[in-house]
Design a protein around this ligand. Structure first.
Ligand code: ADP
Length: 200
């Protein structure tokens, strides 16, 4: 079983590409979903979060009080590090468990910050980057999230550059001016390559 790490900047089309692999029966492991689940009601990160940050960071339903935590870590790098020291190892462990338990010749592991957060590249067998221009990212995220241009630019500024992502990638899907049909063809080509690699 090989693990393919799928990454890309905000609005590049990661989720769209992941869905096209899923439609071909490929199991997906999504680190964003896992990150959310561990801080959901009675998630496995909640005891440590309550102990580190205090019960006021736990909402009535047992989930993390996201608004409160966001406000804390926004301007407090040390607090962000403390939170990540709890969540990152749990996300890694859960990702490994789900990858191990997945059924299929290969698995797609969606890691939005694969290039930014050090060790992910060594935890997957291949890296697939979804690439598009910054202008395309801005247009898509303004439309999808109702953000302003400045808000999207601020998010992009905190992510890896296009060049860094392409340098880390073994495979690239260009999703600029692509229709869903051409995107599906690109996914199909890669799907066949990954099936062949998993048999090799
Ligand atoms: P990401 O997961 O990387 O943030 P998404 O897959 O959610 O990106 O794509 C961002 C937005 O752009 C979504 O609303 C999606 O439907 C749209 N989108 C992505 N790729 C295309 C495309 N090739 N053609 C039209 N719309 C697209």
């Amino acid at each position: 079983m090989i693990a393919v790490g799928l990454t890309g900047g905000i609005g590049s089309g990661k989720s769209t590409v992941a869905d096209l692999f899923a439609a071909r029966g490929v199991p997906l492991v999504d680190t964003d979903v896992i990150a959310h689940r561990i801080t959901a009601p009675h998630g496995i990160a909640m005891a440590a979060i309550a102990a580190q940050f205090g019960p006021e960071f736990v909402a009535a339903d047992g989930s993390m009080d996201r608004a409160r935590m966001r406000a804390l870590v926004f301007g407090d790098e040390a607090a962000r590090k403390r939170l990540e020291a709890i969540t990152h190892p749990l996300i890694r462990a859960e990702t490994e468990r789900e990858t191990r338990e997945a059924n299929g010749p290969y698995v797609i592991v969606v890691v939005p910050l694969l290039v930014e957060s050090g060790s992910w590249k060594t935890r997957v067998d291949r890296v697939l980057a979804v690439d598009c221009s910054v202008e395309t990212q801005i247009a898509r995220v303004m439309r999808r999230n109702g953000f302003t241009r400045e808000q999207v630019l601020a998010i992009i500024a905190r992510q890896a550059t296009r060049e860094a992502r392409l340098a880390a990638a073994d495979d690239v899907i260009v999703n600029d001016g692509a229709t869903l049909e051409t995107l599906a063809q690109d996914v199909q080509t890669l799907h066949e390559r990954y099936l062949a690699l998993s048999r090799a």
